[in-house]
Write a protein of this length. Sequence first.
Length: 383
Amino acid sequence: MTTTVEGDTAFVEDVRRIATEIAAPHAVDVDREARFPAETIDALRDCRALSAAVDDRSVSLRAIADACAELARACSSSAMIFAMHQIQVLTIARHADGAAWFGEYLREAAGEQRLIASITSEIGTGGDMGSSIAAVTPTAAGCSFRKEASTISYGAFADDYLTTLRRRPGAQPGDQVLALSARDQTHLEQLDAWDALGMRGTCSPGFVVEAAFPPCQVLDVSFAQVCGESMVPISHVLWSHVWLGIAAEAFERARRYARASSRGATQTGRTNALSQVAADLIQLRATVACGLDDFLARDLPGREPLSTVGAALRFNNLKLAASEQASKVCHGALRVCGMQGYRNDTPYSVGRHVRDALSAALMVANDRIHAADGPMLLVTKDI
């Protein structure tokens, strides 16, 4: 991925403007109504941000991560949708391996600013992303599948879908590939409503998904390789920047409240509490920055590959640490603001930030990650 400092700067400034002028004014309504943040996504399309990683300007992953944090300070759901879309784009770009169809698809997706959703969850797998029931099934016209997904973020609003499937009907559950299907090749039947505690604007109910498409729309590389080299580490890098943005905004609201509140003994206690929140935020920022630097360093030619056990542990730990620390910062900000932060109708409200941050531990549950990390820790010295 080539880039220029000027290109990165202009891109982040564009996204910051969208965050301030469009995402922030609509964030309360998006959260209250649990509705898709259409205004923000349309604005990102207008400035060609959805294809930032693969079009002619090709901004860096660092700039995309910074953009995720900027959006999250304004609207967590908008930021998470943007991050999840970029994960799909980067996954395709890094693993297309010169396949003509996928190369042409990326060009068309950039030109049309198509929004890509991920379908990795599946009812019956116990939440194991590395296991599938649905399979790529040969048909007279090409391929098809039917998958019962427990959740698809912004599924009703996406243009295309990147889906995990068994390689063929007789394959083992862990022998998976990714298939890309367009909206007009895919039928979605919604299974339930989306009325969640936080990240309400991501609109992530379950769906029965049926699709039919040509064989060229299946990535040849195994999903296990894609996970280790791209999807998991990039997800944890970009998600952690979203959580950092949420936490940073909660801290700023707490700081504004502390500045505006009365002086005296009460104020001293409040500033002491603010200092503790600042320390937690600084720790979170360092964790997130280290994770991004680690990915960029490991992704260079000649460096230790991302597919090692040590790398898996480090990026899993990035997710664990960032998800827990972001929630801690938001709860600390609530303690500083007190009732003014608890209420939804004050400029110091952090209720939405607390609720959105709680989702971090559930996006690939932390307990599941710890269960995977434990055995790996017994066989490697590299963490």
